[in-house]
Every structure is written in structure tokens, then in C-alpha cells.
Design a protein around this ligand. Structure first.
Ligand code: DOR
Ligand code: ZN
Length: 347
């Protein structure tokens, strides 16, 4: 049995660090990453290059002195986004990508896009400049069942946008369905991120035997057959799939509520969860591609030069059940089974 695994320092291609007190609380838990794509859905959202640069500086200030993390910033696409601003921010090295939230799809998405025709000039400029578009792939039509929203988005929005904009590089974020996996596999300028939590929970975990708000996120976890498709994609070695945790902290009072908000906080344990999943699949040899290589390649980045060691110990890894955040706390995602893979600092 493999006991030690040395891999390039992992990156996270989809991370929410928030701002102010919450940023201070969660940033240390992502400090030992190589790079992370930082989501821009703050209140108000990060819509200009100047705001992205200021947010990057606030993140740097919140990180401990020994942090290895280099934040890769994104802009939040609105119907008022100026294509020239996007291209300039990218050319200046301030942003690595742009994030598309359909308006109303998820947390802080009110400023997102309602009419996709209105952002066509931005897509065209991005295609020209090869700037990746990170897509929250769910329709918001209330007539569409929440479990179908990802599959319907592919047909109604994503595929028409991609056909109309040759050369547009797309990351289909936090894929939760076989449909999403198949769509990324169909190819073109497209990659897909997969979260650790969607690799280990299905919709029964959220709803059977009681409602578990800390398993609620968007896109919501689907049936078991979809989870199995995600595990297959992650562990296949296919370079189009890579880790993006969507670690999305919320204060416990906002999760444990009559109308709880969406998001799983996985920053403390996503890597041991991934190691567990890959071990179970008999594909530990492909873990490094998923967490450390494929995403960097998609974004045109060199792999991180330094390495970390994972060790499989007899005693399970531990982490706090919840971390303090200002007056409140944030519950850490509980995979529901012990994790024997430990992240050791030095390789
Ligand atoms: O569960 C989610 N939480 N999904 C998202 O798309 C947004 C995120 C958040 O910002 O809380
Ligand atoms: Zn997210």
C-alpha cells in the first residue's frame, strides 16, 4: 500500500476568500496552496481592474508570513463590463480570468448577466486575447427543476455562446453532472473544475434522514450516478479536468437558517478528501495531475516548482469542526468518513 506521495504544490482553480473578518478567518487555511483563482462575488462585486488589484492586496495582507499562495484574480462580468477594461487588466497581469454568474444563480449574483447578448462584445474581446471565462453553469429559469439547471444551461446558454464566439476559452466550474463531464469531453477550448465535496456527496447526503445545511451548495449535489461520473472524470487523468474547490465559507448562522445559503467550506480538508477518492479509485498516481498540473496547464502557467508530501497514516487526519470568524463561526465540511491522508509540509 502506498504510504507516501510527493507531488507538486497544489493549486486551487476556484476559491472564495471573501473580505474583511471572513477573509482574515479563512485565508490561513489556503495559505499553503501554490496559486488560486479567487472568485469576485464580494458585496459589491469586483468589477474593475483597480478593484481586483486592491482586493489582491487585502488578501496578501491577510495571509501569514510563510504563505506560498499567489492569488490569481478575476473580474465579475456584468452587462456594463467594458471589453477594453478586461483586456487591459489582463494585459497588465492583474487578472487571470473573468467570472460569469447568470443573475440570480447563486450567492451575490444579482449583478450578473441576464441577457447574454449584451456581453457578446466582452466575449469576443476575451476570445481575441485568450482570456479564460469561468462559468457558473446553471440556468435561473424558475420553471427549470434545480437538479436540471446545469444540463439545461449547457443547451440553452453555454453551447450557443461558444458556437457564436470561436476561440473563447471556457472553464465550466464545479461540474456536478454526467452532462457537464460529457460536454467538457466533447472538446474545444474548454476545461472543467471539480470540487472535492461533489466527489464525495450526492443529494441523499443533503436530504435523507434530515436536512444538512452544510452539504448545501450550488450547483446542488445530484444523484449518485452523477457523482460517479465526476469521480471517473477526476481520476481519468484527462487534462481537461482539474481541482477547483469552490470552498465557500458562510457564517454558521446564515447556513443553519430557515433559508440557508449555499456553500461548503472545504479549504482545510479538500486535499485529503481528493487523496482518499483517488486511492479508492486505485488511481493515486493521477492525483498530482488533478490537483497540481492540469489546471496550471489550462491557464498557461508553469507547474509549481516546489513539492509537498502526503502520507497515509493509521490515525485519521483531524481539523477543527468549525473555525471562529468574527462573532460567528464557519463549519468545516465533514466528508462523513475518516481521512487517513495527511498533508505534510516539507516534501
Ligand atoms: O455554493 C456556492 N457558494 N456556489 C456558488 O456558486 C457560490 C458560492 C458562494 O459564494 O457562497
Ligand atoms: Zn464558487
Amino acid at each position: 500500500m502506498t504510504r507516501n506521495l510527493t507531488i507538486g504544490r497544489p493549486d486551487d482553480f476556484h476559491l472564495h476568500l471573501r473580505d474583511q473578518q471572513m477573509l482574515a478567518a479563512v485565508a490561513p487555511w489556503s495559505a499553503r496552496l501554490g496559486r488560486a483563482i479567487i472568485m469576485p462575488n464580494l458585496v459589491p462585486p469586483v468589477v474593475t481592474g483597480a478593484q481586483a488589484a486592491a482586493y489582491r492586496d487585502r488578501i496578501a495582507a491577510a495571509l501569514p508570513a510563510d504563505a506560498t499562495l499567489r492569488p490569481l484574480m478575476t473580474l465579475y462580468l456584468t452587462e456594463a463590463t467594458d471589453p477594453a477594461d478586461v483586456v487591459a487588466a489582463h494585459a497588465a497581469g492583474i487578472i487571470a480570468a473573468v467570472k460569469l454568474y447568470p443573475a440570480g444563480a447563486t450567492t451575490n449574483s444579482d449583478s450578473g448577466v441576464r441577457d447574454f447578448d449584451r456581453v457578446r462584445p466582452v466575449f469576443e474581446a476575451m476570445a481575441q486575447a485568450r482570456i479564460p471565462l469561468c462559468v457558473h453553469g446553471e440556468v435561473t429559469d424558475p420553471a427549470v427543476d434545480i437538479f436540471d439547471r446545469e444540463a439545461v444551461f449547457i443547451d440553452r446558454v453555454l453551447d450557443p455562446v461558444r458556437r457564436a464566439t470561436p476561440g473563447l476559452r471556457v472553464v465550466m466550474e464545479h461540474i456536478t453532472t454526467q452532462d457537464g463531464v460529457d460536454y467538457v469531453r466533447a472538446g474545444g477550448d474548454i476545461g472543467g473544475t471539480l470540487t472535492a465535496h461533489h466527489l464525495v456527496i450526492n443529494r441523499n447526503h443533503i436530504l435523507a434522514g434530515g436536512i444538512r445545511p452544510h452539504y448545501y451548495c450550488l450547483p446542488v449535489a445530484k444523484r449518485e450516478r452523477h457523482r460517479l461520473a465526476l469521480v471517473e472524470a477526476a481520476t481519468s487523468g484527462d487534462a481537461r479536468f482539474f481541482a477547483g474547490t469552490d470552498s465557500a465559507p458562510h457564517p454558521d448562522h446564515a447556513k443553519e437558517s430557515a433559508c440557508g445559503c449555499a456553500g461548503c467550506f472545504t479549504a482545510p480538508n479538500w486535499l485529503p478528501i481528493c487523496a482518499h477518492v483517488f486511492e479508492q479509485a486505485g488511481r493515486l498516481d493521477r492525483l498530482e495531475a488533478f490537483v497540481s498540473l492540469n489546471g496550471a496547464a489550462f491557464y498557461g502557467l508553469a507547474p509549481n516548482a516546489d513539492r509537498i508530501r502526503l502520507s497515509r497514516r493509521d490515525e485519521p487526519a483531524t481539523w477543527p469542526a468549525r473555525i471562529p470568524a468574527g462573532e460567528d463561526s464557519v463549519t468545516v465540511f465533514d466528508p462523513g468518513f475518516p481521512l487517513y491522508w495527511h498533508v505534510e509540509e516539507a516534501a
